[in-house]
Design a protein around this ligand. Structure first.
Ligand code: GSH
Length: 230
């Protein structure tokens, strides 16, 4: 039976933009597993109720519903043992948890640049929900939240220094080939390029060059997505 993945979509069904869903799209490809992705909107909570929570990604494997990107990655690793490892060993799995948590922080760091662009590209029926829930979270209108985004860019770029230093020394966080740590960090950057034309990188940034290598993985899975050329 084919795996199914509830995958956040924008106004167009093929604009898939969740950072957490992208981690799992890449992990499934790494595990050589075919998947049917189901476009899901923020307000379609009923469709994923069987998962016992309200967020995507949600993976459905036969009768089993699995939610949360870290939980899904571990489920794939433990269930599909005959395909390439996502982590590269026990110690690496534990270290990868930390990469995943750090990369969750990247979602928060990128949001001030793209929040309004998201609003403009979510499905019509999601618009009021997105504005209300996110404005409550950030404590101001989304317009005010992004108003000074250009001035915040140097600090954001500087915050990527540790990542940049690593990626200058090796092609992927996993070494010569990508591992789940790469997918965990890539998800937030792919989120941004799928939903916003705002450029986060300088052209010669090693982080951008790594992102390019990630876009080429699995026959260009992420590069072929509906996205902006940032
Ligand atoms: N910790 C979760 C976070 C998942 C998450 O926040 N998903 C967002 C989409 S990017 C969501 O479903 N939001 C629904 C909402 O805000 O109502 C994971 O790693 O999967």
């Amino acid at each position: 039976m084919t795996l199914r993945l509830y995958d956040l979509a924008g106004a167009e069904p093929d604009r898939r933009f969740s950072p957490y869903c992208w981690r799992i799209r890449m992990a499934l490809a790494h595990k050589q597993l075919a998947v049917e992705t189901i476009p899901w909107r923020f307000t379609e909570k009923a469709e994923i109720a069987a998962s016992g929570q309200k967020l995507v990604p949600v993976l459905v494997d036969d009768e089993l519903w699995v939610a949360d990107s870290w939980t899904i990655a571990n489920y794939l690793e433990d269930t599909y043992v005959d395909t390439p490892s996502l982590f590269g060993g026990i110690a690496a799995r534990r270290l990868t948890r930390h990469y995943s948590s750090l990369a969750d922080g990247l979602v928060g760091a990128i949001f001030p640049f793209i929040a309004l662009d998201i609003l403009h590209r979510v499905a019509e029926k999601d618009r009021a929900y997105f504005r209300e829930s996110r404005e409550k979270r950030v404590g101001m209108s989304l317009e005010s939240f992004v108003a000074d985004r250009d001035s915040k860019l140097p600090a954001f770029r500087a915050s990527l220094t540790p990542l940049r230093q690593t990626l200058k020394a090796q092609p992927f966080l996993g070494g010569d080939e990508p591992l789940y740590a790469d997918y965990a960090v890539f998800g937030p950057f792919q989120w941004a390029r799928c939903i916003s034309p705002f450029g986060l990188f300088e052209d010669d940034d090693p982080v951008k060059q790594w992102r390019g290598r990630m876009l080429d993985c699995f026959d260009g899975l992420a590069r072929k997505a509906v996205a902006y050329d940032t």
